[in-house]
Design a protein around this ligand. Structure first.
Ligand SMILES: NC(=O)c1ccc[n+]([C@@H]2O[C@H](COP(=O)([O-])OP(=O)(O)OC[C@H]3O[C@@H](n4cnc5c(N)ncnc54)[C@H](OP(=O)(O)O)[C@@H]3O)[C@@H](O)[C@H]2O)c1
Length: 330
């Protein structure tokens, strides 16, 4: 099929574009042209999707048979996508499990779970999803919604639980302790981007996926303490994990702690059963260790491991936590 990927050079979308090409689709990406490179043979349309009329006219002029929208974040984006790809056979929209929020009625969370987003990101994705499902039921707009959980890859640095930052990797290398949230036992699911690509690519053109919503993750889960210990094995050194309460992390203004507050401090276990049933090509098999190793190798190769000696906040945080611990014991 003639497929447009809106985005296409991102963390998740890069392997999607590669796989689309490998299985024989004719691929075009639409982006602002700030990242790359793209595989040979992939066509590029440069533009900003926020310039709605230009974006929609450019997409309509191409008469794409299918599209994967990786950067649809709110109802306005969704309405624009519906207009841009009117007449297409299939459109896949990338949503998020943040649409469910963090107050769960059951585990693992299935697609029929109530939606109680706690962040603007989650609320806006709910609004976008609603636009698409209304278009499906009202006009037969051929959409499928995929809700990924944490999907990481070589474009990113190695994740950690308490914040969006990567100096912890160097701390491990240098034998310094690292902080986790609470007891580090919040449960999570991690998926490597390469293993996510088949979910998007093999949904396309599948009749039974039309009008469906799919969670996308590995069935297996682990604690963040497990995650960090697995990363230590990859990095080659074991260090102490120091538990710090979420309130303390917030009060200490840990850089980019919001990801922990909104997502990583909570148990978040979702069921991919529906996706595994309908898209059997989606079969994540890589171990967490192998997945982490792919990202760590990219960080080392591209010299993207930040020098932890230039960051002092984690030493101060851990020292303060040890003082509290000593007082409590006394
Ligand atoms: N990774 C996760 O853990 C996770 C979990 C749940 C949901 N998601 C969802 O996954 C999607 C992100 O996919 P990704 O990781 O591939 O994206 P990404 O890494 O953020 O890359 C964004 C892509 O879109 C392009 N782009 C950004 N703004 C644009 C604009 N205004 N107009 C045109 N192109 C634009 C970028 O290229 P240029 O900069 O060159 O324009 C790039 O190709 C989001 O919908 C997110 O909600 C991710």
């Amino acid at each position: 099929m003639r497929v447009c990927v809106v985005g296409g050079t991102g963390n998740i979308s890069t392997p999607i574009v590669k796989l689309l090409q490998e299985v024989g689709h004719e691929v075009t990406v639409f982006n602002r042209g700030q990242r790359g490179p793209l595989p040979a043979g992939v066509k590029v349309i440069t533009g900003d999707r926020k310039q709605r009329a230009v974006f929609e006219a450019a997409m309509q002029a191409q008469h794409f048979e299918a599209a994967i929208d990786m950067i649809c974040f709110d109802a306005e984006d969704a309405r624009s996508t519906v207009r841009a790809f009117a007449g297409a056979r299939h459109v896949v929209h990338c949503s998020t499990v943040c649409t469910y929020g963090v107050q769960y009625d059951w585990f693992p969370v299935t697609e029929d779970h109530p939606l109680r987003p706690i962040s603007d990101y989650g609320r806006n994705k709910v609004a976008a999803d609603r636009v698409f499902m209304e278009a499906f039921y009202r006009d037969g707009f051929p959409v499928t919604i995929i809700k990924p959980t944490t999907t990481f890859g070589p474009q990113w640095s190695l994740l950690r639980q308490i914040a969006w930052e990567a100096s912890w990797v160097d701390r491990v290398r240098k034998g310094k302790p690292i902080a986790v949230c609470g007891d580090g036992r919040a449960l999570h699911q991690w998926l490597l981007v390469d293993e996510a690509a088949p979910a998007f690519v093999f949904t396309l053109g599948r009749e039974r996926c039309l009008g469906q919503i799919y969670n996308m993750m590995k069935s297996e889960s682990g604690t963040w303490a497990d995650y960090h210990r697995t990363a230590m094995q990859v990095i080659g050194r074991e260090v102490e994990l120091v538990g710090v309460p979420l309130d303390t992390l917030l009060a200490a203004k840990v850089p980019n702690v919001e990801i922990c507050r909104d997502i990583f401090s909570h148990n978040s276990i979702y069921s991919p059963a529906r996706l595994l049933r309908d898209v059997p090509e989606f079969r994540p098999r890589l171990s967490l260790e192998a997945s982490i190793a792919r990202v760590y190798e990219a960080m080392c190769r591209e010299q993207r491991v930040p020098d932890s000696d230039l960051e002092t906040w984690e030493d101060r945080l851990i020292a303060a936590q040890r003082r509290v611990g000593a007082q409590t014991l006394a």
